[in-house]
Design a binder for this molecule. Structure first.
Ligand code: ADE
Length: 267
């Protein structure tokens, strides 16, 4: 996979890209990472990339010309347009499923904004607008790093164990089960017996149950989408009375009501 990042601050990426899993993935040739400096596509002496907003108001706005010129140059060199992501707090909120989708692309281009906003016309360059959460950062560089990290670790061969990524939180729509390593007792805190039993089936069943309980306790919103068996739903309904509500509960108030709301939305 090839990932190009269009940014005003290429130097911000050197740290994260030269450590750990991302570094190794690049060394193994699983990913090629390139930063392109937006300022190299300005034409004036001051290398201006922003200007005041039409209509007035505070702050500066990223100009369209350097971004368009840069993207056109990148397309010209490659002979085709990479799948283009614009980082913006107004975008769709990034999640594991989107990371999986992006990991399937051959070429990605991230356009990182800075300043208070973009010229609206820049949006026409993007295949997708993505946010990393409902808070505003000073620029799109950290969001791009977050997303690239989540994508690169999914590339086959990036993680030590081949199945490591498929065990993650969210990959099955649930939070991960609790993990322990040696020692078996530490400061009086013990590792659950089943994990020491060597009984693989029981261990797998315990882990699935713990993942279900954890998700029900911490992230009930995830259970709506999760692929659970009838037995698993019954198990949770017993542990958390009212979790699934009744079929006629208002959409959005209970899990069953929320799932129904989603079905109705989809039509
Ligand atoms: N730029 C500024 N804040 C952002 C966010 N939360 N997500 C993506 N891009 C951003």
């Amino acid at each position: 996979m090839k990932i190009t990042i269009l940014t005003l601050f290429p130097e911000m990426f050197t740290g994260p890209f030269s450590c750990s899993i991302i570094k190794r993935a690049a060394e193994k040739g699983l990913v090629e990472l390139e930063t392109v400096n937006l300022r190299d596509f300005t034409k004036d002496r001051h290398r201006t990339v922003d200007d005041t907003p039409y209509g007035g108001g505070p702050g500066m706005v990223l100009k369209p010309e350097p971004v368009f010129e840069a993207v056109e140059t990148i397309i010209g060199k490659k002979g085709r347009k990479p799948y283009t992501v614009l980082t913006t707090p107004q975008g769709e909120v990034f999640r594991q499923q989107i990371a999986t989708e992006l990991a399937g692309k051959e070429e990605l281009l991230f356009i990182c904004g800075h300043y208070e906003g973009y010229d609206e016309r820049i949006r026409t360059l993007a295949d997708r607008e993505l946010s990393i959460g409902d808070y505003v950062l000073t620029g799109g560089e950290l969001p791009a790093m977050v997303m690239i990290d989540a994508v690169v670790r999914l590339l086959p061969g990036a993680l030590g164990a081949p199945e490591a990524a498929s065990n993650d939180s969210f990959s099955a729509g649930l939070l991960d089960y609790p993990q322990y390593t040696k020692p078996a007792v530490y400061k009086g805190l013990v590792v659950p017996d089943v994990l020491l039993s060597g009984h693989h089936q029981q261990i797998a069943a315990w882990r699935r149950r713990e993942a279900l309980l954890r998700t029900a306790e911490r992230r009930r919103d995830l259970l709506v989408q999760a692929d659970l068996s009838r037995e698993e739903r019954a198990f949770l309904a017993e542990k958390f009375p009212g979790l699934y509500g009744s079929e006629d509960a208002p959409a959005g108030r209970t899990l069953r009501g929320r799932a129904r709301g989603k079905r109705e939305e989809k039509g």
